[in-house]
Structures are given as C-alpha cells and as structure tokens.
Design a protein around this ligand. Structure first.
Ligand SMILES: C[S@@+](CC[C@H](N)C(=O)[O-])C[C@H]1O[C@@H](n2cnc3c(N)ncnc32)[C@H](O)[C@@H]1O
Length: 473
C-alpha cells in the first residue's frame, strides 16, 4: 500500500502508534513527531513551532529537510504540521489566571493556524496537568476540550518519564514520576474552525483532605504490570482487570481491615485482591453469571478447602450482591473506606468487528457482559451512558466515608473515526461532588501493535488506561 501520509516505512510507522512512550530527549521527541507528520513532497514541507525550544526544532528541521515558518511568514503555501510546546511555560506559572491567559493566546493562534493548515493535517500540543497551591488542575483536559471546537480531537500519547515528582505533603496522595501529554488534532470535515467556549466543571475544586494515612509513593504516575495468566473461569469475562492492579492501589489507599468496594465487580478481581491483602471486600454485579464466579472466587479465599499447615483461614468479610449498581442503598453494605472499579467502556464490546472481539467469537467466548437493558454497556447514546454512570458513582457516595478515596479505571474511546474523551467527560461530570487527585496510567506493554491508518492518517493503538483518583470531601 502506498504511503500518502509521510515518508516512513511500515516498520517505522508502527512504533509511533503506541499511545504511550518512554520520554528520552526533546530532540528525539521532536524528530519522531516531525518525521511522522510531515509529508514527502519537499516544496510543501512547512512546520510551525510555538515554544521555548525553537533552536532545537530548527536544527531537527534542517536534518529532516523541513522548512520552519514563524507566525509572520504564514503565506500562500499551506502548513503541514504545527507543534505547540507548553511544557515549560506551564511549569512556571503560579496562578490559574496565568493559565487562562496562555490558553486564550493559544486558542486565538489556533484559529489563525486553522486557515493555513492543509486539509487532514495535524497539530500537536504538548503539556502536563498542573498543581497550584496544593490543588490539582487538569489543564490538559481543559485545553483539549476547548481546542476541539477549532480542530477535531483525534488522539493522545502519554510521555512517561522517570523524573521524580516532589511531594509537598505526604498526607495527600501524590504519585511519583512525571508524565506529560501529546494531544493530536486534525483539520478535517468535522472541525469547526472557530473557538467556542465549552463550559465544564473541571476546575470546580475543594481542598484535598489530609488522610489518616501517610502515603509512601508506592504508586508511580505510570506503571506496567506483568499479570498472572487468567484462569479458566476468569477468561469467561470479556474485560477483567488484573488483581495486581488492585493490590497496588489497595496498599496505598487503605489499611488492614478497611472496607473496599466495587459496584461493577465482574469476576471479583477487586474483592479477591482485597481479601488477599487482609481487607474486607464488598460489591455489586448486574450479571448473575459473573456475580456467581466472583462469589465463588472469594469463597475459595475465605474458606479454602485446604488450609496450609502454617497459615490460617482468612478472617475477612465479603459480600457481593447480584444487583444493579444504581440501586445500592445504605442498608446493603457497611460504610466504605475505598472504592476501586472499572465500568463498561460505553458500548464498545458490542462493536463486533474489533480484533479482540473476533478472537473471542472464534473461541466461543461471550463478547459482551449481557443482553440486559440495565447493563450500562448496552446504552448506545454516549451522553446518556456518561450520565447514567455518573449516577452510579454519586449514589455510592452515600455509603462512603468522608475523606475516603476512589479509583476509576477507564479509557478515552475512539469509535467509528471519532474520539470520545470518556475519562475527561466522566471526571467533568463528577467534579461538583468529588476532589480530583493526580491520575495514574496503567501502560500496557503486552499487546501487539496494529498498523491502523497506515499510509493514510494517524490512529494510535490505545495501550494506556486512566486510573482516575478522587477523594470524597
Ligand atoms: C469492566 S467490567 C468489570 C470487570 C471487573 N473489574 C473484573 O476485573 O472482573 C464491568 C462490569 O459492569 C457490569 N455492569 C454493567 N452494568 C451494570 C449495572 N447497572 N450494575 C452493576 N453492574 C453492571 C458488567 O456486567 C461488567 O461485569
């Protein structure tokens, strides 16, 4: 297949498509982006750069035979690519109002760039979320949502560094290691071309409460897991998360004998990891089939058929109710210290064409959770889905202790060529009621890359999952 998008071979194309990467140097970062997003014809190769590393970008352009233009030299020839590098600019601000000024500048500039950018070409914006005065502000998500009225939001890559993050106060959760985002937008038939302010609640804020627990930084901002292979009963579920993931968070957010909860228990991974760590485990699950598997797995821990000679039976309590999570009441469970959960990722499991789905069909395995209309994974309308899911979490707040933490594992979704920033939209709708803490990324390293969009456009393989962290005020 002819590559009409850039000058890369398919072998070079593939690694760039992984949605997270280990950040090495700025030179490499710029080079990889310029090589991916600039087309072959030399006469058209024009790049715009905004940021504090102009000299470095200029030298990369020289080696790649790319012409760099500045704002005053936009002319008749269309731009092929633009880079906005806000990393350093944002790292030195002290007030949110400074961010608002920068944002307005960028949005005004982007309206201008929109007219110069060639059709179906991209811009990237590189930036981190920020902490100001002890509060966490998801400026990346705000910027993305605002910019998407001008360009079409297409993709994101997470740059993972091993640079340590300095924690101010160990009684407030701060993960170790820094990350920043590269957000990709395209000019295409779905782009509005004009900035229309989007009203959202991402900056609605409370002070994080001091925790009864001193945090040890055992959770980095990004991590890779090497989970145990799934057992026979666990494979029956189409979207289980590993117990190793739950263990990491439980160790950081809870103490022995605390009550852990998952409203959408699936195969009971949350409860199994909690019981093993000496925590009590509670939850609900809509499907009777999966609820039964979850209960059996917990039973095997609490009352094992063979107790090893030196150990003793687990004394922890567990209860998993076969029930719609929207109907949980205070009578169902004791007060909860920590919630960790992963919802259906909208109705993505009903997209039978997906590669993983096709493999399950071949093996005769169930591809979705259920056919029930109460199953949130069967809601076709995206806004309705986010709104119903929000109700689940807000309802559960009634059984959660003040100051307790919540971790929700989700993904931004790409469906039929459109991007649905599910992680950010869900956070937005929870922000009136919960305090946002820094997110952590579960970076998957054990899935083969697929050459989506090869030769035509950029479509990443989404191998990072958001672990959204909140605290109940
Ligand atoms: C991503 S899976 C959770 C998997 C689980 N973390 C595990 O490791 O096995 C989402 C689960 O939500 C359940 N679910 C969907 N709608 C629900 C509802 N209204 N109430 C309770 N559970 C629901 C599905 O049956 C599915 O098992």
């Amino acid at each position: 297949m002819k590559n009409r998008f850039n000058r890369l071979t398919s072998k070079e194309w593939l690694p760039f498509q992984k949605s997270w990467f280990r950040y090495d140097t700025d030179e490499k970062l710029f080079k990889e982006n310029i090589r991916f997003f600039i087309r072959e014809e030399p006469s058209e190769e024009k790049l715009f750069y905004w940021g504090d590393k102009e000299e470095l970008v200029r030298s990369v352009c020289a080696t790649e035979d790319v012409r760099m233009v500045n704002i005053s030299t936009f002319d008749d020839q269309p731009l092929q690519f633009a880079i906005f590098d806000l990393r350093n600019t944002l790292s030195i601000i002290s007030y949110l109002s400074e961010y608002e000024d920068i944002k307005l500048n960028i949005l005004t500039l982007c309206e201008k760039i929109f007219h110069c950018l060639a059709d179906r070409r991209f811009i990237v914006i590189m930036l981190p979320n920020i902490v100001l005065d002890g509060k966490y502000y998801p400026v990346v998500w705000d910027m993305a949502l605002q910019l998407s009225s001008i360009f079409s939001l297409k993709d994101e890559k997470i740059a993972c560094t091993s640079e340590p993050q300095i924690a101010q106060n160990k009684h407030v959760f701060t993960p170790n290691n820094k990350i920043f985002y590269c957000l990709y937008f395209r000019k295409d038939e779905n782009s509005g071309g004009r900035y229309k302010e989007r009203h959202h609640q991402l900056f609605k804020y409370n002070e994080p409460l001091e925790s009864k627990k001193k945090f040890t930084h055992s959770i980095p901002s990004w991590f890779i897991l090497k989970p145990q292979p799934r057992k026979k009963d666990e494979i029956l579920h189409p979207a289980k998360y590993p117990e190793e993931l739950v263990s990491m968070f439980i160790n950081e957010f809870t103490e022995v004998d605390d009550n852990v909860f998952d409203p959408m228990s699936g195969t009971g991974s949350t409860q199994v990891a909690s019981l093993r760590a000496g925590r009590n485990a509670f939850g609900t699950e809509l499907s009777d089939f999966f609820a039964a598997i979850a209960i059996q797995r917990c039973q095997n821990i609490v009352q094992p058929t063979q107790i090893d000679l030196f150990g003793s039976p687990n004394k922890q309590q567990f209860s998993i109710l076969h029930k719609d999570a929207r109907e949980i009441t205070k009578e169902d469970f004791p007060m909860i210290d920590y919630l960790i959960t992963s919802p259906p990722y909208w109705d993505m499991l009903n997209m039978k064409g997906a590669e993983n789905q096709a493999k399950r069909v071949v093996k005769g395995l169930q591809t979705n959770y259920s056919e029930s209309t109460d199953d949130l994974g069967n809601i076709a309308d995206y806004q309705q889905f986010v709104s119903d899911l929000t109700k689940v979490y807000l309802n559960i707040l009634d059984i959660m202790k003040s100051g307790s933490y919540l971790t929700i594992v989700v993904k931004n979704i790409k469906k039929k060529g459109r991007n649905y920033p599910f992680a950010w939209d869900l956070t937005d709708s929870l922000m009136g009621k919960l305090i946002l803490l820094p997110e952590t990324f579960w970076c998957q390293d054990d899935i083969n890359l697929a050459p989506y969009g090869y030769g035509n456009t950029f479509v990443s393989n989404t191998f990072h999952q958001y672990c959204l962290n909140f605290q109940k005020p």
